[in-house]
Structures are given as C-alpha cells and as structure tokens.
Design a protein around this ligand. Structure first.
Ligand code: SGN
Ligand code: CA
Length: 539
C-alpha cells in the first residue's frame, strides 16, 4: 500500500520556500525512532566494528545514511533522552543527571508532532521519572530504577501498571508493532521504540544465551591503559573492568544454589526467568564459574578473562536489538509502509567496550561521546551514503519535525540536519564547527568528575572543573585513542587558543555561560517513581 497521508499545506519556512512561492503539498512520512540503551558503534558492523555482525542495523546504513560524527551532549541515559525530546541542552531542560525529574510541561518534539496531526507513541525505556506527555500511546518500563527488567518486564502503560511475560526486547518489539498496527491506516505516526538492551547487567535473550561461549574477542589496544599523559579524572573513575565489574552481578559467577539462597543481586533478576531458561543459564555459566574458581587466573590474565566474559554477555544481549529492527522492518514491508517511513537507529550514548580498561560511559572520550546514528528513508536519502557533519542529540527532534514538514520551534537549540540527508551527506554551508558537551552526575556511581568541552572535526577540548581544575586537549587526527593530553604542549599553543575561542562562542550561543556554577541534583540512590496508586493488571 502506498498512499499520501493527509497532504497538507507545508509551512513556508520549513519547506525552504520564498514568501511568494505557493504552499506545496508534501507527503508526511512515518517516523520510527529506534534507540537502545548503551549500544555503541564498536559493536555495529556497519561502523567497521569487528566484534559482531549486526545485519539489520547494517541494512539501515546500506539503504540509507550513516553518520560518523554524531555526539551525545551529556552521555547518560536520562539526560540524553531529555535533550532529545526538548532539542535543548541539559542546563536548559533541567534534567542534568539521572536523579533529576523531567519537567514534562516543556515543549517537546512529540508534542509538536501530535499537534500537527501525527499519531505519537513511546514504548520501552523512558527513564525521565515524570509521566510521558505528548503521546497518544505510552508504555514505559518500570523497575530496576525505572530501567526495566530483562525478564517479565513491567510497564506503566497509559496510566496503568501492566506485567508482561517474556524477554524485554521482544516484548517491546511486540508493543511497537501493535502500535503501528493500530494507527498506520489513520494517520502518519511517530514512534519512539526505546530498548533497555544492552544495558548492564547484560542478560541475553534465552535464544542467545551462551552463543559466544567459544568466541575469543579481539582486545582493544588500550585495555591496559595506565593513564599516563592524562589527568586525574581518568585515574579516579570507578568503571574499570579490573575492579568495578562485580563478580556476581556483571560476571554472573554464582551457581543456581548460591543465587537461590538469596542475599545477592542476581537473585531478583534470575527468578524472573522461566525455569527452563534458568537451567539453560546454569549450564552456560557453569564452565565460567569453574574456570574462575580454579584459582588459575591472576593479574593481567584475570583482566583479559573478565573482558572476554563482559563481551560475551554484552554482545549476546545486543543481538536481540538487531533482531528487533529486522522484525519491525519486515512488518513495515508487509503493510506497505517501509519506504514511507523514516527509520532511525541510535543509542542514548556510546559505551566503552574495554577501551582504557573501562565499561560504562559518562566521559567525553570518543567511545561514549559518539552515538551511532543510521537512518533510512529512500525517498530522500541516497543508499549507502555517509556523513561527517557534526550532529548532536539535540538535533534529532528538529530533524524529525523538519522531515515531517513542521516548522521547528525557535526555542529548540538543536538544528535540523535535513539538508545533510538531502545532499548525500555533504556538510551544508554555515554548518556548526563544534559539538558541545556537559556532564554533571558527580559525586555518583562510577566517579566520573563533572566536565564540559567541545569536539571539532579534528580536536577535542575538555575541562574537568569540580574537585579538580584540569584541562585536556586531544589531537583527534594524530591521536584518535586520546592517549596524549596536548593542552600544555607548546606545539599546540595556537590550536589551544583557537579551541578556547570556539568553546567561548559555543557557550555563549547555547547560553551555558556559567558552566561551573550550576546547582546540582546529586544522585540519592534508589527512588520509587511515578504515582503507584494506580490499579495494576496482569496480562
Ligand atoms: C545503573 C548501572 C550503572 C549505570 C547507570 C546509568 N549500575 O545504575 O552502571 O551507569 O545505571 O545508566 S547497575 O549496578 O545497577 O547495573 S543509564 O544508561 O541508565 O544512564
Ligand atoms: Ca544509557
């Protein structure tokens, strides 16, 4: 089925028309905005990653465009999501860290799309604490600090608590397909399909349990980084494979009997699995536990071993997300909507897969600053194209609005990159030269100090400003792994002055002119969210 949905008068500004042109009629595409939690470009074959094959993500890139310089503005779940919804940086939307509560009365891109005739929906991870606003349908994860559970996930669905059986990625995918099925005949739709996977503690779908047990993954060159040539922030983090990964939670080094005895973090997530899956789990992890307990692993060998176990679980968990994309695309094809739909795949931020000896994110270093971003819409985008345009998560909302022919509200700080899509990835004249970043969640889990900075096409400037007052600068061409801070290198004095000028301009433009002064909402541990007084139903 191919049809033009409710052709309408396109606002002149959005259509790029001069004032005397006739308003045009334009097809309004559906938009499916697929986002995962903590997936990263190193784990996508279309980005040249050598860890796993991601055929469905690759298909979006092969039949669409891959962005190579798309950056998070605050590499943490809640903050990234708030930036995306509002098109504004954290200091403007107020959601600076995961202990914040989103002010849902703000202007968001789904609200604008809904007002302009789109059916809007969100299914999966939300993580913004307050109830979603601006959606015709919402079904968001509850539990585990509102990150959701891998098995038997619980949803807060249009105001009601709904308990589901099954594996979280599959359940979210079912819900996404149901939403599309409900609305696609009536209106163009915008669906946010937001997965929990592959977030920590990396629990694969039953069908993927153990699939990498015999695989040895290549190690990143910087696995044994000693942080020489960097500042205090890299040294004082608590997110390293050697010491931070928890034996029980992350490495799953407990037998069934030990888990069931209780008093351990695995207990609650293990008992959510059906018994046959528990048995599969037991057989998959038994050799790992035996190897660990043999006492033969020490020092660097132990770090290497932990890295391998981390990769096995993380990558197996990511497989379900790739399959989910495949299912959604297949369904769209079936109902004749595939080519009428803008399909985006991204993640709330990147992630460390052993680089610098780390897991997690938060730092402005490349592996987690960079977001994957692939997009397919054959009516506009040349198949197999790539772009080096510097984009940020605050641009997503403006871009979706622009693709829908809706004028972008002037208060949004992000910019539409529609022209990049139309022009085969070329960087438009007057495009920005730097991405801006500001991370706030400290003191908190993983001990990453607050910092802000800019990333240009060839350089990065970072200021860690609390506890310590240290600047770092990296030559991204000569040193893409960010191993040598050149901030005080006289050879870079000119570059340093130039980067400071750009930083100042960018902070003026985005109105983050007092970056070190912001009152912070410190992480206070577990919080029970939402109004739980509502009736609960079990499906
Ligand atoms: C949990 C994880 C952290 C992770 C945060 C935020 N700990 O607290 O490792 O950084 O979520 O992640 S865990 O022990 O509970 O697994 S975010 O992607 O949602 O921002
Ligand atoms: Ca995340």
């Amino acid at each position: 089925m191919s049809r033009i949905k409710a052709a309408y008068a396109l606002p002149l500004a959005a259509a790029g028309l001069s004032a005397c042109s006739e308003a045009v009629e334009q097809e309004r595409p559906n938009i499916i905005f697929i986002m995962t939690d903590d997936h990263t470009t190193q784990a996508m074959s279309c980005y040249g990653g050598n860890l796993i094959e991601t055929p469905n993500m690759d298909r979006i890139a092969d039949e669409g465009m891959r962005f190579d310089n798309c950056y998070a503005t605050n590499a943490l779940s809640g903050p990234s999501r708030a930036c995306i919804l509002t098109g504004k940086f954290s200091h403007k939307n107020g959601f600076t860290d995961n202990a914040s509560t989103f002010d849902g009365s703000q202007l968001t891109f789904p609200k604008v799309m809904r007002e302009n005739g789109y059916a809007t929906g969100v299914v999966g991870k939300w993580h913004l604490i307050s109830k979603p606003q601006g959606f015709d349908h919402w079904s968001i994860l509850l539990g585990q600090n509102e990150q959701g559970n891998y098995f038997k996930p619980v949803f807060y669905e249009n105001g009601t608590v709904v308990k589901e059986d099954g594996y979280v990625t599959d359940v979210i995918t079912d819900k996404a397909i149901e939403f599309i099925d409900d609305v696609h005949d009536e209106k163009p739709f915008m669906l946010m399909l937001h997965h929990k996977a592959p977030h920590r503690n990396w629990m694969p779908a039953p069908r993927h349990l153990g699939i990498f047990n015999d695989t040895v993954f290549p190690e990143p060159e910087t696995l044994f980084d000693d942080y020489e040539g960097r500042g205090e922030a890299a040294r004082s983090q608590d997110m390293n494979i050697e010491n931070t990964l928890e034996d029980e939670w992350d490495l799953k080094l407990l037998t069934r009997e030990e888990i069931l005895a209780g008093n351990n973090r695995l207990h609650d997530v293990y008992i959510r699995m059906p018994e046959e899956v528990q048995h599969k789990w037991d057989s998959v992890y038994a050799p790992r536990i035996a190897e660990y307990r043999s006492g033969k692993l020490q020092g660097d060998e132990l770090v290497r071993w932990k890295y391998q176990q981390y990769m096995r679980d993380y990558l197996a968990t990511a497989m379900s997300v790739d399959e989910s994309i495949g299912r959604v695309m297949e369904y769209l094809e079936e109902i004749g909507e595939l080519d009428n739909t803008v399909i985006v795949y991204t993640s709330d931020q990147g992630f460390f897969l052993g680089e610098h000896g780390w897991f997690d994110k938060r730092f402005m270093y490349e592996e987690c600053l960079r977001m994957p971003f692939v997009i397919r819409y054959p009516k506009m985008i040349k198949a197999g194209s790539t772009s080096k345009a510097i984009c940020m998560n605050v641009d997503f909302g403006p871009t979706f609005l622009d693709l829908a022919g809706i004028e972008v509200p002037s208060e949004m700080q992000g910019r539409s990159f529609r022209k990049v899509l139309e022009k085969k990835g070329r960087i438009p004249a007057g495009w920005r030269e730097a991405a801006y970043y500001h991370y706030y969640e400290y003191p908190a889990e993983h001990s990453v100090k607050r910092h802000y900075g800019i990333r240009t096409s060839d350089c990065k400037l970072i200021h860690f400003y609390n506890d310590i007052d240290q600047w770092e600068m990296y030559d991204m061409t000569a040193d893409p792994q960010e191993m040598r801070n050149v901030y005080d290198d006289p050879a870079y004095a000119g570059k340093r002055a130039q980067m400071h000028r750009i930083l100042e301009q960018v902070q003026q433009e985005y109105e983050d002119t007092d970056p070190c002064e912001k009152e912070l909402i410190l992480f206070k541990g577990d919080r029970r969210l939402f109004d739980r007084g509502e009736s609960s139903t079990t499906k």
